[in-house]
Design a binder for this molecule. Sequence first.
Ligand code: GLP
Length: 244
Amino acid sequence: KIFNNSQIASAAVAKEIADLIRQRQQEGRSVVLGLATGSTPIKVYKELIRLHKEEGLSFSNVYSFNLDEYYPMQPDSVHSYVRFMEEQLFNHVDIPKGNYNIPNGTLAQDQIAAFCGDYEQKIEDLGGLDFQLLGIGGNGHIGFNEPGSLENSRTRLITLDHVTRAAAAGEFQGLRNVPRKAITTGISTIMKARRIVLMGWGEGKSQIVASAVEGPITDQVPASYLQLHSNTTFVIDEACSSEL
Ligand code: GLP
């Protein structure tokens, strides 16, 4: 779906999420969201906050699982995705504190495998992801599933690509400060979601979005796996559609 601009597109995505939350509320059920960080989803979160404040949208029945976190990473660091999510969304809505989950960047190496298994199990115990929100990295990564990630991959510790670290160098005041690793949910974790929306804004993402949508399905462009998912929409703005 191509929208005139990212503002209108983000409002449409936020509305879909809000409708799902409200529908589940009416049925007395909870909803499980897969959430993303980065600059791409910020306007969606802003709109969800507006819907909460102005239209009474409640997040009391929402559980969420974020895609990823740098490793190692302290949650109060300015670079932490915990801090990002709290600042961009959670602190401004009524989601119960224990309902949101973000991979833990503070674990010792030997605790990571068990943590990742528990993360997957927790998603399953809640009935699986109803809705997965995604951005896309310049190299086609989703979450931090870098090129080479396999279709059956699950939540795990991954070594970040040079391209990914270089893209983050500005925020970290230099490449050497960017963590070399991250914990990310896997391709299979994402693909099990009942609904997936990948968003892309601007000309800078146009080439990789075209490869993901129209190119071969390959582990070299992890977002291309989404071609195999029956309920995925790429939501992009005009500029991002220029290579399609
Ligand atoms: C990071 C995140 C991804 C995100 C990507 C794109 O690598 N781990 O989940 O999709 O950045 O970032 P942006 O939305 O800022 O372009």
